[in-house]
Design a protein around this ligand. Structure first.
Ligand SMILES: CC(C)(COP(=O)(O)OP(=O)(O)OC[C@H]1O[C@@H](n2cnc3c(N)ncnc32)[C@H](O)[C@@H]1OP(=O)(O)O)[C@@H](O)C(=O)NCCC(=O)NCCS
Length: 135
């Protein structure tokens, strides 16, 4: 986990992502604090498919104390609205096979599994389920 955080969440990487016009971050906020965020990727910066007709949800993360309070739904609906406005054909994402809550969340929102891929977290090889929502 430490290796993953150092390589994927270091300041330089995050600044590059923030400056990339094909990646966008959105934040969910209550009265005072940011409680979650969404990262979407378009075109060539998508992590796998790189299809000009798709949008990747790379991350939806909600603070632990806000889980189950609809912040995730709000963030997902933002991604959906953007994909529709851009007239894209589908939204896709990868989710760890053991992340039952996220799998249920995406299934409830109409996503279906279409493939799997391996994800290396430090020294652990994990299986991600790739899911797609056709628009
Ligand atoms: C997955 C995650 C983004 C969902 O966001 P959330 O704010 O907790 O979910 P919401 O409160 O918006 O739930 C929306 C709907 O999803 C469904 N849902 C959410 N969690 C569920 C669960 N554990 N089981 C079944 N359905 C679930 C519910 O049906 C809910 O709607 P409903 O209450 O009207 O039925 C959030 O739990 C999270 O950040 N988890 C940790 C990080 C993560 O795993 N991110 C995804 C991988 S990229």
């Amino acid at each position: 986990m430490e290796q993953y955080l150092t390589s994927s969440f270091n300041l330089e990487t995050l600044i590059n992502q923030l400056n990339n016009p094909n990646s966008t971050f959105y934040f969910a906020q209550d009265d005072q604090n940011k409680v979650g965020y969404l990262k979407i990727n378009l075109g060539p910066v998508q992590t796998e498919l790189k299809d000009p007709h798709s949008l990747e949800i790379e991350r939806i993360y909600v603070l632990k104390s806000y889980i189950g309070k609809k912040a995730g739904q709000l963030l997902f609906e933002k991604a959906l609205a953007i994909a529709k406005a851009l007239k894209l054909k589908y939204i896709w994402l990868g989710v760890w096979e053991k992340n039952e809550r996220a799998l249920q969340f995406y299934k409830k929102n109409g996503f279906v599994e279409f493939d799997q891929h391996q994800f290396v977290l430090g020294k652990d090889v994990q299986n991600d389920i790739l899911m797609k929502l056709t628009l």
